[in-house]
Design a protein around this ligand. Structure first.
Ligand code: SF4
Ligand code: F3S
Length: 104
């Protein structure tokens, strides 16, 4: 599966949503996640994300995000269409350590 990682937080460009053939993205207030059981590993979303937030779970950096993607894809609503990025997206794109902004 592919997973959404920290770089999505406070950005939500949603270019990924537009290309996913199985609509397996779920939307929280500040971040999207992928449902690991629904993702078919096609990989087309990965190059579409401006801050490169999407990684295959085989990458060591992505591993710790897998459980978070699983947990929140069960709780958050499905998103199937591109929406406007968050107002602070361009400024937040290069920020590191955004996990404390996960909920607010
Ligand atoms: Fe969707 Fe393919 Fe990305 Fe998985 S890898 S989330 S199926 S676009
Ligand atoms: Fe997030 Fe990148 Fe998609 S910023 S919403 S994973 S295009």
């Amino acid at each position: 599966t592919y997973v959404v990682t920290e770089a999505c937080i406070k950005c939500k460009y949603t270019d990924c949503v537009e290309v996913c053939p199985v609509d397996c993205f779920y939307e929280g207030a500040n971040m999207l996640v992928i449902h690991p059981d629904e993702c078919i590993d096609c990989g087309v979303c990965e190059p579409e994300c401006p801050p490169e937030a999407i990684l295959p779970d085989t990458e060591s950096e992505a591993e710790k995000w897998l459980e978070l993607n699983r947990e929140y894809s069960e709780r958050w609503p499905n998103i199937t269409r591109k929406i406007d990025a968050m107002p602070e997206a361009d400024a937040m794109q290069a920020e590191k350590g955004k996990f404390d902004r996960f909920f607010s």
